[in-house]
Ligand binder design. Structure first.
Ligand code: GUN
Length: 287
């Protein structure tokens, strides 16, 4: 029987601590604000941004939404980001991914000014993370690291296997684990004999997006299993990537879906908004 890593509870504790920080900023006359841009109307993204807005309310962060039509041009998108970069009342800018395929998302992320990069997706943040400098860390990897810390799971010298090489999860998670002295293997859709790799994992992290993708035979007994998947099963129920029922009995720790990684991602976004607000404040005081 595995210990269930209760991301939902930990996320609530983090939000409560951040509320104290947010109240302090407000007492100094600073109202932290997050601007969220969504292009088109992806149904999953709508749910994600609703949850982000709820979390902002709980922490005391002002939330502003920019809903752009599917036909928005790259120029219009970059124009909005440029405007928000200059707006001193905006502390964090988040461009919800995915965006329509006629738009260049990397160019759009690049346009976000570093000090407002609450997703940690700009080249400055990605580069700083890669060389182990303090920066904005992509929220899902950061949330996973916080869970390890809370549950006393050390990465030092451990073999971590990540399934998924996205810019949002797999790649920044690789850097986070390397920074904690893990030996890291990244697997992806072209990996040959996936099971051979996953069976060696002391910590197995799946970010694939397919229900029941990780089965019991892929997991080393006693492994820590982290499920980043957010999928709907045939009955429309929210499920992860891991066949929880069969994997849980052989794992040492496991995250549930819902209530695991998802709430932690949003808590770390709130953390980054407060961090951005404080950095901007320090920057203003310097000049
Ligand atoms: N789409 C799925 N996850 C994320 C995330 O963490 N940030 C943004 N901007 N878009 C996403």
């Amino acid at each position: 029987m595995a210990i269930i890593i209760e991301g939902k509870k930990l996320a609530q504790k983090i939000r409560e601590n951040l509320k104290v920080e947010c109240d302090k900023l407000k007492a100094e006359g600073i109202q932290p604000k997050l601007a969220v841009i969504m292009v088109g109307d992806n149904p999953a993204s709508k749910i994600y941004i609703k949850n982000k807005s709820k979390a902002c309310d709980q922490v005391g962060i002002k939330y502003e939404e920019y809903l752009l039509s599917e036909s928005t041009s790259q120029k219009e998108l970059l124009g909005l980001i440029g405007k928000l970069n200059k707006d001193e009342t905006v502390n964090g800018i988040l461009l919800q991914s995915p965006i329509p395929s006629h738009l260049n998302i990397n160019q759009a992320f690049k346009k976000i000014t570093y000090l407002k990069d609450v997703d940690g997706f700009t080249p400055s943040s990605v580069g700083k993370l890669a060389i182990g400098e303090d920066t904005f860390i992509s929220c899902t990897p950061h949330g996973i690291i916080k869970m390890f810390d809370e549950y006393g799971i050390s990465l030092n010298g451990k073999h971590v296997v990540i399934i998924g090489r996205s810019n949002i999860v797999g790649k920044p998670l690789l850097q986070c684990c390397l920074n904690r002295n893990a030996t890291v293997t990244i697997c992806h859709s072209k990996t040959k004999d996936l099971k051979k790799h996953t069976q060696n994992a002391e910590i197995l992290i799946s970010a694939v997006g397919k229900p029941k993708f990780v089965t019991k035979d892929m997991v080393k007994p006693g492994a820590v299993v982290i499920d980043v998947g957010m999928n709907r099963d045939e009955n429309g129920k929210l499920v992860g990537d891991v066949d929880f029922e069969n994997v849980e009995p052989i794992a040492s720790y496991i995250t549930p879906v819902p209530g695991g990684v998802g709430p932690m991602t949003i808590a770390m976004l709130m953390y980054n908004v407060i961090k951005a607000t404080k950095l901007q404040k320090a920057n203003n005081e310097e000049f």
